[in-house]
Design a protein around this ligand. Structure first.
Ligand code: HDE
Length: 706
């Protein structure tokens, strides 16, 4: 059943595939076209004729090729894959796709939030992490982010947040960046954003690869079992390749050298068969424990530390197929957190509740009407049967004269599941006895404890990156009032953090929140400040990306071999073999594309040159020896590669005969990431250094220009 479901989705997509091989060119109505070069004219130098339906057919379609991009998350990259459930979760949920051993086809779309559709992948931003599971009980969408909390607590504030972070309305600048006045104006007036802003200023917001980031459902959801019992649940995606980042200086440069860096990385790796994988984890909270914690589990600005409720792994997702067509699949996929399957339900998180309206509404507009679920990428594998009909773009052809319920003419079909003793979706029964109010719960009033938890859980290097990110962003803010207001928020989180940022931007942090900020906070919480409860933990290891390096892998990492004519082939081959055995990729970069001549004779076709490549797009560097060294020593681009690699804390290896190049560079001082043959070091040491992902100890060493 399950495996055939996977095939059903593939068959469904294949049915919609158009293969032009050996086909004659036609109009949209299938009329064969004889001339696709010339419009119909009165004489060969005369005016064009209105009756040219072939031209009109082509141009009218072209004129309508664009649809509105997503309001947020416009820039995205997608892939097909499969989810395999690996744990027995029947005590908690009746969801069929979570039954142990079940395989479910899926589509994932990763995205940035603020930038337009054509913006750079490496913006400092949250990443969307949306998964559509095509289950045998209908489509289930887990529409999450790579950060486990959100900026605001109530959906009512979302359009304002988005307006503030998007390019400013008068001049539409800056693109894909939060470093501008309106964003910081908004967040400095909304201390509830403090926790998420801290994540956004951390390295989490500049991932090395989409394949190397965590995903989170963010909100608390509910599992519901066959007996109708509910359990609160938080979802986590844990990448098998670990969680890794680039440096901010690197991110900015990658944006120039390869704005598609993440998209390319995902596409190329799937294409090569390096299928990225994530484990799906859950944190389960019994209903009885709803009020047990120092924070409210319905508040989307809070996470549940893994030390408090451990994450249990319940399945694995593998991305194994690139889309055939970006627009038809990645652009037209319609995610909606309001699409649930039996066994999963919403919690009362007010942000989640608001999302349930927004997504279907936006798809109706963006995809031009109510039939977007009939697009191949959005179709469920188990079909749909109801009495909804007509509307723009309807594709399904309903048989017979019945499109209402109840009916007798259609044999009562489609019938209610319960009529045949079957079960459909049932909302979790929850007793609600409350007044209708437009209010914020007092249990949502603590805005700083978890921001502090996040900051304190970081390594000193990561903390330094956070200080630098705040300093960078606030330096770009023109209004001194706004900068000062944000410093007041930072002071509430950690006075030392505030002081460091303050000294970088020439201001002394105020010790209390600004009056204007307090006015907004007191709108929601008239009794503010409210004494926060003692947190369960003050540090959480899982929040730091500088995790145990001994578990490191260098699978799929790209190593630049910096070569020129006359390079020693044996030195190249030796390193290449060892790196490939670890799953890494060696990429030869030479002064120009074309033939590279080896010292031993023979040559190799080179695809990448110093002209097109940049150090920031590679994970580590090796310079073999040979006559190539003389050529490289005259090449400023070569030095930019190694200087920058050093600055960005990457591993660099040099063959003995190439070590003179180190002396001619800005690289000074020996560390664990600088591998020199004359020190008796080998490719094994290089691999060991790469496994650390970053040479963290270099962070505090002398920074080199690049
Ligand atoms: Fe979204 N969000 N969002 N969001 N969101 C959209 O839906 C919205 C929120 C997220 O790859 C839009 O199809 C509201 C949280 C992702 O196609 C829109 C609120 C989280 C994606 C929308 C939120 C997300 C979106 C724009 C506050 C993490 C990309 C286009 C109540 C859990 C999906 C679209 C994709 C996209 C509304 C907050 C994640 C406008 C109203 C929290 C990953 O409907």
């Amino acid at each position: 059943m399950a495996a055939s479901d996977e095939n059903k989705k593939i068959e469904q997509m294949n049915k919609s595939l158009i293969d032009n091989t050996n086909q004659r060119l036609t109009t949209n109505d299938g009329v064969f076209i004889t001339d696709n070069n010339n419009t119909l004219k009165a004489g060969d130098r005369g005016p064009s004729l209105l009756e040219d339906f072939i031209y009109q057919d082509k141009m009218a379609h072209f004129d309508r090729e664009r649809i509105p991009e997503r309001v947020v998350h416009a820039r995205g990259s997608g892939a097909h894959g499969v989810f395999e459930a690996t744990a027995d979760m029947s005590a908690y949920t009746r969801a069929a796709f979570l039954k142990k051993g079940t395989k479910t086809p899926l589509f994932v779309r990763f995205s940035t939030v603020a930038g337009f559709k054509g913006s750079t992948d490496l913006a400092r931003d949250v990443r969307g992490f949306s998964v559509k599971f095509y289950t045998e009980e209908g489509n289930y969408d887990l529409v999450g982010n790579n950060i486990p909390v959100f900026f605001v607590q109530d959906a009512m504030n979302f359009p304002d947040l988005v307006h503030a972070v998007k390019p400013e309305p008068n001049n539409e600048m800056p693109q894909a960046a939060s470093a501008h006045d309106t964003f910081w104006d908004f967040v400095s007036l909304m201390p509830e954003s403090a926790h998420m802003v801290m994540w956004a200023m951390s390295d989490r917001a500049i991932p090395r690869s989409l394949r190397m980031m965590e995903g989170f459902g963010v909100h608390t959801f509910k599992f519901v079992n066959a007996a109708g019992k509910g359990t609160f649940v938080k979802f986590h995606w844990k990448p098998k390749l670990g969680v890794h980042q680039v440096a901010w200086n690197e991110a900015q440069k990658i944006s120039g050298f390869d704005a598609d860096f993440h998209r390319r990385d995902l596409w190329e790796n799937i294409d090569k068969g390096n299928f990225p994988q994530w484990d799906l984890g859950v944190q389960l909270i019994p209903e009885e424990d709803e009020f047990r914690y120092s924070f409210d589990i319905l508040d989307p600005t809070k996470l549940i530390p893994e030390e408090v409720v451990p994450v249990q792994i319940i399945g694995t997702m593998t991305l194994n197929r690139n889309p055939e067509n970006f627009f038809a699949e990645t652009e037209q996929i319609a995610f909606d957190p309001g699409r649930l399957v039996p066994g999963i339900d919403f919690s009362n998180d007010p942000l989640l509740q608001g999302r349930v309206f927004s997504y279907a509404d936006t798809q109706n507009y963006r995809l031009g009407g109510p039939n977007f679920h009939e697009l191949p990428i959005n179709r469920s594998v188990n079909g749909k049967h109801n009495n909804q009909k007509d509307g723009t773009g309807r594709q399904d052809i309903l048989k017979g004269n019945v499109s209402y319920f109840p009916n007798s003419l259609g044999g009562g079909c489609p019938y209610h599941a319960m009529l045949k003793g079957e079960k459909g979706f049932e909302s979790h029964q929850e007793k609600i006895d409350a007044s209708k109010v437009r209010k914020r719960s007092t249990s949502f009033a603590d805005h700083f404890t978890q921001a502090r938890l996040f900051f304190n859980s970081q390594s000193p290097e990561e903390q330094e990156h956070i200080v630098n990110a705040y300093s960078f962003e606030l330096s770009k803010v023109k209004s001194v009032d706004i900068r000062t207001r944000e410093l007041a928020i930072l002071h509430q989180i950690d006075p030392k953090l505030a002081a460091k940022v303050g000294s970088n931007i020439g201001l002394t942090p105020p010790t209390s929140l600004d009056e204007l900020t307090l006015q907004f906070v007191r709108h929601n919480h008239p009794d503010y400040p409210i004494e926060p409860k003692d947190p369960e933990v003050k540090k959480s290891k899982a929040l730091s990306m500088k995790q145990d390096p001994s578990k490191g892998t260098i699978k799929t990492r790209k190593v630049a071999f910096l070569v020129a004519d006359g390079v020693d082939m044996n030195k190249v081959e030796h390193y290449k073999k060892a790196l490939e055995a670890e799953g890494a990729e060696a990429v030869l970069i030479a002064p120009n594309v074309g033939k590279l001549k080896y010292k031993q004779g023979g040559s190799e076709e080179i695809q990448f040159s110093f002209l097109t490549e940049a150090s920031v797009c590679y994970d580590a560097f090796y310079t073999p020896e040979g006559d190539s060294v003389n050529i490289l020593s005259d090449l400023p681009e070569y030095f930019q590669f190694i200087n920058e690699g050093f600055r960005h804390c990457k591993a660099l290896a040099f063959a003995k005969g190439a070590e003179s190049l180190v002396e001619a560079s800005y690289i000074k001082g020996k560390d664990a990431g600088l591998i020199l043959e004359s020190d008796g070091q080998s490719v094994t040491d290089f691999i060991k250094a790469m496994k650390q992902h970053r040479i963290w100890e270099r962070e505090s060493a002398r920074k080199v220009p690049s």
